[in-house]
Design a protein around this ligand. Structure first.
Ligand SMILES: Cc1cc2nc3c(=O)[nH]c(=O)nc-3n(C[C@H](O)[C@H](O)[C@H](O)COP(=O)(O)O)c2cc1C
Length: 154
């Protein structure tokens, strides 16, 4: 199975990107997780789309099409998904068929305090995607900063 890992954070030391790397390490032999960086995606602009997808957008759409499922790791920003991830989803929701059509999306996240675990699901829950029923884990990034052996948050 080919899974495309996508981080909603562009931060070099991102906990969410670290989640994806951990998933790569823990994946069984028959599962491949490729991490796709969203750094080069332009902001969605229908004028740009009408003129033809830029190479970075084509690469993003091709990567989704080549995958069996998406693993989205996204922090909560002001109660919602990051603009970075939302923008990427907007691009991938376009085209006939849209790359996200029927794609299984699983969501994980590391944030200070996820107040609304369903928030990042919202843009994926549109008619294009096929999100997993529930995010399977919402970690708190501050627990990851604790020293080993200390109590952990759930
Ligand atoms: C603009 C901004 C908004 C944030 N809003 C929230 C929030 O609503 N809820 C929350 O739990 N954390 C919030 N945070 C904290 C981030 O979730 C936290 O810093 C997280 O570790 C960022 O993910 P990263 O480590 O993958 O970059 C916010 C951080 C930023 C920069």
């Amino acid at each position: 199975m080919n899974i495309l890992g996508v981080s909603g954070s562009l931060r070099a030391a991102s906990f969410n990107t670290a989640l994806l790397r951990a998933a790569q390490e823990l994946a069984p032999d028959d599962v491949t997780i490729r991490i796709f960086g969203l750094h080069d995606l332009p902001l969605f602009n229908q004028d740009v789309e009408d003129a033809g997808d830029p190479p970075s957008v084509t690469a993003w759409k091709d990567a989704i099409r080549a995958s069996d499922a998406l693993l989205l790791a996204c922090p909560e920003y002001n109660g919602g998904v990051t603009g970075v991830l939302k923008n990427a989803i907007d691009w991938a929701s376009r085209g006939k068929p849209a790359p996200l059509t029927g794609k299984i999306c699983c969501l994980v996240g590391a944030a200070l305090e996820q107040r609304e675990p369903s928030a990042p699901r919202t843009p994926c829950g549109c008619r294009y995607g096929a999100p997993a029923p529930r995010p399977f884990r919402w970690a708190r990034s501050w627990s990851a900063r604790r020293p080993p052996g200390s109590s952990t948050a759930s």
